[in-house]
Design a protein. Structure first.
Length: 142
């Protein structure tokens, strides 16, 4: 398949709407990281290093919170909390921010997942059901 254009990539991301998701641990060499793999119900997959979840318009949790104490009795398991928050929620809208390279997913339940891209490094990688895919650092160049 030919490489993505900005429009075809935007459309491929948009086609993730109505999907349910499963959050898997990424088998990283560094267990301190909250890198995840998101499996979509249409078989697409997204590997993401840095992410933020917003619930009812307020920041709830991010990958940077993983294993932090913040004065709590136990360390935060950000991956598990993300699983709990997104359980049984479906994607209402999925979009790609061409300016930042972020992927943004609006879920039912007034929940938003932002998959962040802020370096030239491959921070996220997405593969669509047809086998095509894109890396975060190249998506900004579309």
């Amino acid at each position: 398949m030919p490489p993505f254009t900005a429009e075809t990539f935007r459309e491929a991301v948009s086609n993730l709407r109505n999907c349910l998701v499963s959050i898997l641990d990424f088998n990283s060499y560094d267990n301190d990281e909250a890198e995840i793999i998101i499996e979509f119900s249409n078989t697409a997959k997204l590997r993401a290093e840095y992410w933020r979840i917003i619930v009812e318009g307020h920041h709830r949790l991010s990958s940077f919170d993983h294993l932090q104490l913040y004065g709590l009795p136990a360390r935060i398991d950000a991956r598990q909390e993300l699983r709990n928050i997104l359980a049984a929620q479906s994607i209402m809208e999925a979009r790609w921010d061409r300016e930042t390279g972020d992927l943004i997913f609006d879920f039912t339940g007034n929940i938003k997942l932002q998959v962040l891209n802020f370096t030239g490094y491959e921070i996220w990688e997405i593969t669509f059901p047809n086998g095509t895919g894109e890396l975060s650092n190249f998506a900004r160049e579309l």
